[in-house]
Design a protein around this ligand. Structure first.
Ligand code: MG
Length: 248
């Protein structure tokens, strides 16, 4: 269960969150056609090693074999870095988690490589917008369903679909904590958010249907209809002053 965290703990998470963001920014600069998804992981590892005490949170989590997830085009999440080469026109979702002083942060972005299709651009824009809409609802007293409904409405209004199989989560002394934060739902329903809780809000959006297929590697989740998918995530603290994004 997600416990209320104090100012000192939030400060630690903020530091880890800032690091995650700055590493993602550097990964984005290096992201180009011709490099492999494994190259992206190696860059992440080398950047992270410059920050004493910080560790890749995903490595070994539930048996996950890599430091980060890199999911390309129809891959939604949990893409295992490999020899797969990034091409012009790809969209690439990079999901990173950092553990620091016993606390976790989790954040993801979807990037474009070269010129991408109109629909890919729209998908990324809508997914970012949906994340912002969800974050705005993350206040003490709000229900988890308020966040899900805001995300779902934003996505469906633009004709896309929300992945159901994977959801956001509480985060803090563990990477995944109760409550689950679905990207769909009804306003006023579900668990009530309290001051000091920290949650990872992470809409995963598909151009087509929301049905998911898991690849033979046992991890990579793809859209069943092979449509493009995007993923954005922030770790957000619930404070009396409103939502505070720790991964900025
Ligand atoms: Mg997450």
């Amino acid at each position: 269960m997600s416990e209320a965290l104090g100012g000192e703990e939030l400060k630690i998470m903020r530091k880890a969150g800032k690091t995650a963001t700055s590493i993602l920014r550097r990964l984005k600069k290096n992201l180009r056609a011709g490099i492999s998804t494994k190259d992206i992981e190696e860059l992440f590892d080398s950047y992270l090693s410059r920050y004493p005490g910080m560790e890749a949170a995903f490595k070994g989590f539930n048996g996950y074999p890599a430091s980060i997830c890199v999911s390309v085009n129809d891959e939604i999440i949990h893409g295992i870095p490999s020899s797969r080469i990034i091409k012009q026109g790809d969209i690439v979702s990079v999901d990173v988690g950092i553990k620091y002083k016993g606390l976790y942060v989790d954040t993801a972005y979807t990037y474009t490589v070269g010129r991408v299709s109109k629909v890919a651009k729209k998908l990324i824009k809508v997914t970012m917008k949906a994340l912002r809409a969800g974050i705005r609802r993350a206040k003490p007293g709000a229900k988890v369903g308020d966040i899900g409904a805001a995300i779902q409405n934003t996505v469906e209004r633009h004709g896309f679909s929300v992945i159901r199989k994977f959801v956001g989560h509480g985060i803090g002394r563990k990477l995944h904590l109760v409550p689950e934060i679905p990207n769909f739902g009804r306003k006023g329903q579900g668990y009530q958010l309290k001051e000091g809780m920290v949650i990872a809000i992470e809409p995963m959006v598909a151009v087509g249907d929301y049905q998911v297929r898991i690849s033979d590697d046992g991890w990579t989740a793809k859209t069943q209809d092979k449509s493009l998918s995007a993923h954005f995530e922030h770790t957000v603290a619930i404070t009396r002053w409103g939502p505070k994004i720790l991964t900025h």
